[in-house]
Design a binder for this molecule. Structure first.
Ligand code: GLN
Length: 404
């Protein structure tokens, strides 16, 4: 290669860049103990080694062609500029209708519903909008990985309560013990990721009694609301007149409509909370892409688009569970979400993170180790599989898992 400048120049340019960083005051990380999410890591590994990816939760089948056509039409009709900050009104109206129909709750589309760039953004925004320095937030572990970092970034303090397999029941006496005058929020997640458990009416009664006359908000992560099985009822906070006025409810369109890559969801909250939520939302994303909002607004007019989901996913769950019965894994309950957890202590006593890596590299099936969802890394030897997959994918995975 012929150098255009004297060699000295390249060295000085290089040293400029290498010196520049060390001379800066070191960054004080706001999240010193946070790495890259397990979902990113496991999906990357699965791709690298060509494993069947049952780790990160996303379907390997297509979204509805009707919905795709509606998006195309919205684009062709010219819905390609900024949507209103709170979301396309027609979509917010459909969300309000769906919520009233399913949970008997009236939300005002103008003041109480905001369309978000997925569930994670809604969760971050809700936490940021009301959590102040040293406010305590109760979470239940295993906890979806975005809760704790969002609390810490807001200056809040994470108070976690560990739940144990197989049933991951909440011990409300323990919750009461964790609660004090600094408790500002409780984060709930039903159907639950990663355990696939759901809240029942007793949990709701305990929660109601606990927060009564307290300054405690609820953040209810309900992104799997439509994925609930065996005829069970989704205990949305929207159903309860005492809980609704203090709750942010977060929902997703990616999960029900098999389009996780579209990153679209919404948040519902009473006006006084939504007002604060929007102050943050407008500077975090401003507004969510408009053509997909127009398309989903149309699509939701047919209620079958979401009412058909429990049966659709229950068939997959049952099929996958039947297959897993042929393996040495021990099945844990799966009442909702598109996850199935298994215990593997009869196979090996390896740490779950090590076993998940080995399973991916040597057996060719990627799963999520659940210890990463415990702040202390508690390892119950439980892996999480995602069954939102084509039958042939599940068949291939089972074929491989049987060999262990
Ligand atoms: N919710 C998905 C899961 O639990 C992952 C989302 C993400 O990758 N951040 O697998």
């Amino acid at each position: 290669m012929r150098l255009r400048f004297p060699l000295r120049f390249y060295f000085s340019a290089l040293s400029f860049f290498t010196y520049f960083r060390p001379n800066m005051t070191p960054i004080i990380s706001k999240l010193p103990n946070t790495g890259t999410t397990i979902f990113t890591l496991m999906s990357a590994l699965a791709n690298e080694v060509g494993a069947i990816n049952l780790s990160q939760g996303f379907p390997d089948f297509e979204t509805s062609p009707v919905l795709i056509k509606l998006v195309n039409t919205a684009m062709k009709k010219g819905h390609n500029q900024y949507a209103p900050m709170a979301g396309v009104l027609a979509l917010r109206e459909q969300i309000a209708k769906k919520t009233e129909k399913l949970y008997g709750a009236i939300y005002n589309p103008d003041t109480e519903i905001t369309v978000t760039a997925g569930g994670t953004q809604a969760i971050f925004t809700a936490i940021t909008s009301v959590i102040n320095t040293n406010d305590e937030v109760i979470i239940f572990e295993p906890a979806f990985d975005c809760y704790a970092p969002a609390i810490k970034l807001a200056g809040g303090i994470v108070k976690s309560l560990e739940l144990e397999p197989p049933n991951y029941q909440i011990d409300w006496n323990m919750v009461r013990r964790l609660t004090n005058s600094k408790t500002r929020m409780i984060i709930l997640n039903s159907p639950h990721n990663p355990t696939a458990t759901i809240l029942n009416k007793n949990d709701i009664d305990e929660l109601s009694a606990l927060v009564k006359n307290q300054d405690i908000f609820i953040l209810s992560d309900e992104v799997y609301e439509h994925l609930i099985y065996d005829g069970k009822t989704h205990e949305s906070m929207a159903r309860y007149e005492d809980l609704r006025p203090r709750s942010f409810i977060v929902a997703s369109f990616g999960k029900p409509f098999h389009a996780t890559g579209w990153k679209i969801g919404y948040c519902m909250a009473p006006a006084f909370l939504m007002q604060e939520f929007r102050k943050v939302h407008q500077f975090l994303v401003f507004s969510v892409n408009s053509p997909i909002q127009h398309a989903i607004a149309e699509y939701l007019k047919d209620e079958n688009t979401y009412l058909s989901l429990p049966a659709f996913f229950q068939e997959k769950r049952d099929y996958f569970r039947e297959g897993l019965k042929e393996t040495k894994f021990e099945l844990l309950p799966s009442f909702g979400s598109y996850f199935q957890s298994v215990k593997y202590d009869k196979i090996t006593d390896e740490k779950d993170c090590d076993f998940a890596l080995q399973l991916t590299k040597e057996i060719g099936v990627a799963a999520i180790p659940t210890s990463v969802f415990y702040s202390k890394g508690t390892d119950y030897k439980v892996l999480r599989f995602c069954f939102a997959k084509k039958q042939e994918t599940l068949d291939k995975a089972i074929e491989r898992l049987i060999k262990i």
